[in-house]
Write a protein that binds this ligand. Structure first.
Ligand code: SF4
Length: 100
């Protein structure tokens, strides 16, 4: 039986949202984030809380993305090699988002 190729989740190369509980020195430590609210590429995992979240030994990856109109998106999964996250106006967004 042929092995099914396992998709590598895109790594978050940088996240500028220092106010997020998962962020340490511009690195996201959430194991898998969700991006998008269907019409905006916001980081849906962002949480401004007075506690440390995530797994310090891992760099965050994109678990799912709801931006179906992004050129990196297929079946609501991100296929970009990596993404960066940061502020767009007042919002924390996927900065790699590009409309197809
Ligand atoms: S690059 Fe596109 S598909 Fe990937 S997380 Fe960002 S908005 Fe979603």
């Amino acid at each position: 039986m042929a092995a099914t190729p396992v998709m590598q989740l895109p790594v978050i190369s940088e996240c500028a949202a220092e106010g997020c509980a998962y962020n340490q020195e511009h690195t996201c430590h959430a194991v898998a984030i969700t991006v998008g609210d269907v019409s905006n590429p916001t980081c849906d995992t962002f949480v401004s809380a007075d506690m440390e979240g995530g797994e310090p030994s891992v760099t965050g990856r994109v678990g799912a993305c709801k931006m179906a109109d992004c050129r990196h998106n297929s079946s609501l999964e991100c296929h970009a090699p990596s993404i960066s996250v940061g502020y767009e106006q007042e919002q924390v967004d996927c900065l790699t988002y590009a409309r197809a």
